[in-house]
Structures are given as structure tokens and as C-alpha cells.
Design a protein around this ligand. Sequence first.
Ligand SMILES: [Zn+2]
Length: 153
Amino acid sequence: MVYGSGNTNIKSLKMRTINNIVLHCTATSQKATVESIKNYWKSIGWKNPGYHYLIEANGNINNLQPIEKPSNGVRGHNSDSIHISYIGGKDENGQPKDNRTPQQVISQLSILIGLKDSFPEAKICGHRDFDGVKKACPSFDVKEWLKHVKLDA
Ligand SMILES: [Zn+2]
């Protein structure tokens, strides 16, 4: 299991119902640091992180929140969602761009394979697939991408 590792409190937490597994980008440079992203959330007064998993350009996975607890990925849809983001998603001119590194894609897949196993009924989608969302996040078409990858172990 890729999630929950190292969290000693995890057994005492009660699992939520998970209906959505949502992919995001940070809409920052690929070089943005995990620390700078966490500081941004703090600066806007968020108590919870924006995502459960944050994937760096080198593929490193940061588990920022136990999946038993919500994170702030999609307004109005956090109580039953798990959020996964890669660092990047914008080009040099600030335009949406799918600039995931191969390592980030591998990490996305490893997280999704684990979550799909635990939550087979959950829908995997992109942030922009929710009604009323005007962002390009995660800067790629998740449904189209899922046709080309294999999530069964
Ligand atoms: Zn998003």
C-alpha cells in the first residue's frame, strides 16, 4: 500500500466513504517545492492540505494527509474524495500544460492502483470534470488518459 505508511494514528481513524479519486496539478512551475505549496495553503488560512498526495517532478510521493481525513481539493466535494496532485501543469507563459514527467506518471499510477484496489467503486476523474469548475486542472484529460493505462495489478 502506498498510502498511510508511517502514520501511527491511521488505525484509530475511521475510514470515510470515498466516491471520487480526483487528479490535480498544482498549476505552478515544475520546480515549485513541497514546502512552498504547503506555505501557500497556510497563507490562505487552510487547516487541511489541498491534496492527500503531492508528487514531485522526480516522482517522489508526499503523503500530506491520511486518506481517512478530507483535504481541500475541490470545493464542495471533499468529504467523499481523495485528492492526488502532481507539481506542475503550467508552461513558461502560465498556460495549462500537461508537463508530467515520466516519474510523476509512474507515481500517479502506483497511487491509483492502490486506491482502486481499496475503493473499487470510486470514480477516477480530473478536477475540471466537476460541474462548475472553470480551471484546467489537472491540464490533461483524465478519462482519455485512463483508456491508455492499466490499473489492474
Ligand atoms: Zn485541482
